[in-house]
Every structure is written in structure tokens, then in C-alpha cells.
Design a protein around this ligand. Sequence first.
Ligand SMILES: *Cc1c(COP(=O)(O)O)cnc(C)c1O
Length: 398
Amino acid sequence: MTTENKLAITGGKPVRDSYLPYGRQWLDEDDIQSVVDVLRGDYLTTGPTIDLFEEKVADYVGSHYAVAFSSGTAALHAACFAAGISQGDEVITTPITFAASANCILYMGAKPVFADIDPLTYNIDPDSIEKLITPKTKAIIPVDFTGQPVNHDQIQKIAKAHNLIVIEDAAHALGASYKGETIGSISDMTMFSFHPVKHITTGEGGMITTNNREYYEKLLQFRSHGITRDPKKLSQNHGSWYYEMHFLGFNYRMTDIQASLGISQLQKLNDFIKKRRHLARTYNDKLKAISHIHLPIQDAASTSSWHLYVIDLKLDSLKGNRDDIFNAMQKENIGVNVHYIPVYLHPYYQRLGYQEGLCPNAEKLYKGMITLPLFQSMNEEDADDVIKALKKVVNYYS
Ligand SMILES: *Cc1c(COP(=O)(O)O)cnc(C)c1O
């Protein structure tokens, strides 16, 4: 963690004495006890607790099936496999996301194609998707950025018209909804992450939810080396010990230790979201007074679960750039962050041939965006500190 600053860039003492991180998990004694219980039991990995966690997440999001993985990234990889994405295919995704949303396409030997964002919601722009479709397009990986669901009506329409599979990256959007429907059963497959900064945590972990039985079975098999013991699937059978490997899978299993934490955390999810929504409202209300920033805009069809609170600086009206404001906020002991560098601007993607200028809206947003701290154990005073610091810093640079 960053050490505390004694001096602010804006002069004098920082707004906060202690450093406020941008995100932090919330664990209580119940969570700890549930993990201890598993440690005292018979199964450490892939026992009954995994099944129960999967069942509870499927219940929560309203999907028929759920498959737990060792990480959200592993879950995305598995979903790409289940979707049959392979070499020569193109898959459309957004550049304003964590690299994993596009990396999973590369894992399959396929080509990530980046569609630009809607400058208001920062989510992938359906019109931009449509323009990029070619005979090679196989799937779309939309990302519910900051917890705000994408424009599902449009994306479903495009997917149906062009026979594309939709793998939704909902790492930010557990508990969010679109037109009243909980995220997790709208797309062909939906990915959730349980990394500690996300809504609920298992340390590391991820999940795919789906209503499709065929995908479900492939996901399970991919998670464990491509091996099956299902008698209906075996080419021969030498007895109850016998199993076969049918394709090249991985060891992407979640442990029962992690799943027990996930079950315990899931019980608190609605409270966590309530708190995040409350904090976001506080930001919305109190930051309105700062004319140098754009506040996040919510689409009327989407109800966000508020993973991130991202503001966009009106750089034309400021003397400093994003990094000046970012550094000054850090010196006020406010743990601001940047989500995200457009994926294709990473050196690795540049080496693959992606050029700057590909998605102008995304690049423009990137230049001005700052993520403010937002997590369930933050209180009103913490939020007020953030607001006070932002006013101070913006004032200093205007
Ligand atoms: C966190 C995250 C992931 C990856 O999840 P891990 O569990 O960290 O592997 C993928 N996409 C987005 C948008 C994320 O925020």
C-alpha cells in the first residue's frame, strides 16, 4: 500500500492523514469461520462446496447453470473455448476494459477486434460493433464497464442477425440489472470475477453462468484438463476408475476453500451493492458543483451495481492534465486510479499491429478519466474527503 503523504501538491497538509485506497474487500468473522469449517472438513478442492456456490450464484442471477473457475480470466478462456472460437475467427470487444477481456481471444488463436465506446456511457457502442462485423466474426465480448450493463437490446439484435455468440464480461456487474433482468442470464455466457476489488471475493476466482447445457458441459470439462468420467461420453469403459481426456483443457478449478468464502460473501452482496449505490449517489449529488468534470452517465435501461466511479476531466478548462490531477489526488492521500488504458495501446498489442487512433472515443476518455475510491467499507466521511480533495485539486489547476 502507498505510504502516507505529509505534504500536498496544492500546498499545506493533505485532506486526509491516512491513505484511502480505491477499492478494498470486506471480510467479517462469518467469512473467516466458513473457510475454517472447510479446512476442518474432508474436501479442500472440488468437493460439495463448489457445487453449492455454483448453485447459489445461478440462483442469484437466474441462470440454469454456473461453473466456478480459478479466476475470472480462466472463466473467460473457458467461455471462448465453449463458444468454439478458434484460429482465424474475429471477436469484437471494447478497448476500455481490463486486458483479460481481449487476451482470452488471443488464447484461442483468434483476433480481437476493438469497437469504439459510446462517449456517454463509456460502454461498447452497438453501432460500432455492427460496422466491424465480417464473415470471420464469431462472437462479441461486451463489458459492463463500472457495473453499468451494456445495451443488451441492441447487442442481442446484432448477435441474432449475424449468428454471433455473446460472452458478457460482467466482472464489474454482479447484481446489476438491465430492464429489470439480473445480469447473468441475458447473454449466451456471462463471466463474473471474485478478485478482492470486485463486489464479492474468493481471493481469486471466477464464474460462468449460462442457460445452455452444451456450453455448461464443455466448461466443466475444460476446467479439468478436458477429462470426463461421464459414462455417456466415454469411448470405452474399464470400470469406475476409468476416465478419458477428449480435448486439451486446463486445471482451472476453484477450491472448496475459496467457494466457502464465496458463499459467505454472497449473503452480503445485496448490502454491499446498497452501500455502493449510496456512495455513488453521494458523489453524484456533491460533485455536481464542480464544473470541470463530467460525472458518469447512466442509461435508463441499466441499473448499475457500481463497481467503479469514473469521472472524466474537462481538460480544456484545466491547466493540468490527467496525470497532474491524479498525482495531486494521491498527495492528498486519496487512492485514485485509472480504468483503463485502452487495451490495444499496451506494448504487446502494439507489437501485434494495433495502431493508435483506432477508437477515438476510447482514447479521448482515457486522457481525462480518473477512478475515485468506491468500496463497501467506505463511509460518508471518506466520500466527503474525496470530494473535498477533488475540489481542492481541481481548483488548484483551474
Ligand atoms: C477483474 C476483471 C477481469 C479478470 O478477472 P480476474 O478474476 O482478475 O481474472 C476481466 N475483466 C474485467 C473487466 C475485470 O475487471
